[in-house]
Design a protein around this ligand. Structure first.
Ligand SMILES: *Cc1c(COP(=O)(O)O)cnc(C)c1O
Length: 447
């Protein structure tokens, strides 16, 4: 499979280059040249298949040309060591729980898959006799991404991860998930804000001297190896809903969205034949996509802080992929692209007050504890589901990741899963760093 850039100015890349580079030379996002439809026989058989087998079939469509079948199966099975179950919340509304992985959020799937795929390409190189140089992954985080990437890459040989995070700006529960790991993970506590961390990472990628000395790559969500594997759990959700006897209902998939990588993978699934009749992108107060759906014009703006902070994004990077997909790589006019998008996707936007009120209502009526992100998805289904439809919303993180907020809103004392408690018992190891690039560079060169 070849990959082109959404900006159309970069050379076509193969999978290895797309994964190792992340972003194309023209700063565009890589898109697969073809999206193969899955055979009807596979769609029909899914309900009798396991999550792993469904995922392997889907993965083969994307990566089958470029990765040896046994290795791909190994990567898929290794990634999906946890389940993504569909849980009934009330009549016609189901929660797709994506938080049973190591750091209790959906990013675990893409992070682990990317780690193993990158390792596969590095190993191939090494056995072919090229220099067996360590690949260094740099990631800036305000919380969730750093923990998922650190845990996904933990113990993967040939790769070292540097997680840069702003001192004092990450919750203790999040911080312990990437500062207590050791091994090939180095946490760097930057005396600054998230934007400083991101700037340090970007400067490192552009620094010639640094790039001569070490192989650097990024693991943020624009990487094809991180976002495409997220389509696996949408296929599995379809299969599991079929088992519940809801087979005659139209399926509506609702995705709480920030950078739009997660919903984008669902849309790729839809292009491959996933039988979902429509999608809802649920936003917090950061409503640029919602506004685009209403008006047809896309106006990025600074993000605002909300209760659902992993969705505090003012210029979602994967919007470029959605536009590219429905404009058929620029063939359709802006107007036709907008109508293609609005005929399949609707939006929703909620204030913090609405999020909190939704969490309380759902808990009182059903006993189900929503986290602030999932609450946006649940509410959008409550408001927009039509007769004859069954709605599935992604519960993108375990509520215990936001324990303080959730307990305060619901008046609960929710239990912290053992996995999270184990992190909290670990010893914090991090490197203190100024926000000055020269300091960071000196540190990396000394590693
Ligand atoms: C990252 C994240 C999101 C947003 O996902 P996108 O792919 O960026 O749209 C939603 N909820 C949680 C808990 C997240 O960590």
């Amino acid at each position: 499979m070849k990959y082109y850039s959404t900006n159309g100015q970069a050379p076509i890349a193969d999978l290895e280059k797309a994964v190792v580079k992340g972003l194309a030379e023209d700063r565009g996002l890589y898109m697969p040249e073809t999206i193969n439809g899955l055979p009807q026989a596979f769609i029909d058989d899914m309900p009798s298949m396991s999550f792993q087998d469904i995922a392997y079939n889907v993965a083969s469509q994307f990566f089958g040309d470029d990765v040896d079948p046994d290795a791909l199966q190994d990567i898929v099975y290794d990634t999906l060591q946890f389940d993504c179950p569909v849980v009934k919340v009330e009549d016609n509304i189901y929660s797709l729980e994506l938080f049973h992985g190591p750091t209790l959020a959906f990013k675990d799937v893409g992070a682990r898959f990317m780690a193993r795929l990158l390792q596969y390409f590095i190993k191939g190189k090494n056995s072919a006799g090229a220099a067996g140089e360590t690949v260094n992954v740099l990631v800036a985080t305000s919380g969730d991404t750093g923990s998922a990437v650190a845990n996904g890459f933990l113990g993967v040989d040939g790769i070292h991860v540097y997680v840069l995070y702003p001192k004092g700006k990450v919750s203790p529960i999040q911080e312990c998930q990437f500062t207590t790991l050791g091994q090939n993970i180095t946490a760097i506590e930057v005396d600054g804000v998230f934007d400083d961390c991101q700037r340090l990472v970007k400067s490192a990628f552009m620094d010639e001297e640094l790039n001569k000395h070490m192989r650097l790559t990024s693991a943020n969500s624009i990487n094809v190896a991180r976002f495409l594997p997220q389509s696996f759990y949408y296929f599995n959700a379809y299969a599991r809903i079929k088992e519940t006897g809801m087979e005659n209902s139209e399926i509506v998939m609702c995705v709480p969205s920030g950078n739009f990588g997660n919903i984008c993978s669902a849309l790729f699934g839809h292009q491959m034949g996933l039988p979902v009749s429509r999608f809802i992108a649920a936003n917090n107060a950061n409503d640029v996509f919602y506004k685009y759906l209403q008006t047809g014009s896309y106006e990025p703006k600074a993000s605002v802080q909300t209760l659902a902070n992993a969705m505090d994004v003012g210029d979602p990077s994967n919007f470029a992929r959605i536009l590219n997909l429905y404009s058929e790589n620029g063939k359709l006019s802006a107007k036709d692209t907008h109508s293609a998008i609005t005929s399949l996707i609707s939006g929703a936007t909620y204030s913090d007050e609405q999020i909190a009120q939704t969490m309380r209502q759902c808990y009182a009526d059903t006993g189900y504890v929503l986290d602030p992100h999932g609450a946006c998805g649940y509410r959008a289904l409550k408001e927009q589901l039509r007769p004859g439809e069954v709605g599935i919303f992604c519960e993108t993180a375990h509520p215990a990741k936001f324990k303080e907020k959730v307990d305060q809103i619901l008046g609960t004392d929710i239990e912290i899963p053992a996995r999270l408690q184990a992190f909290m018992k670990g010893k914090k190891q991090s490197v203190a760093m100024s926000k000055d690039f020269e300091d960071f560079k000196k540190f990396l060169l000394g590693c």
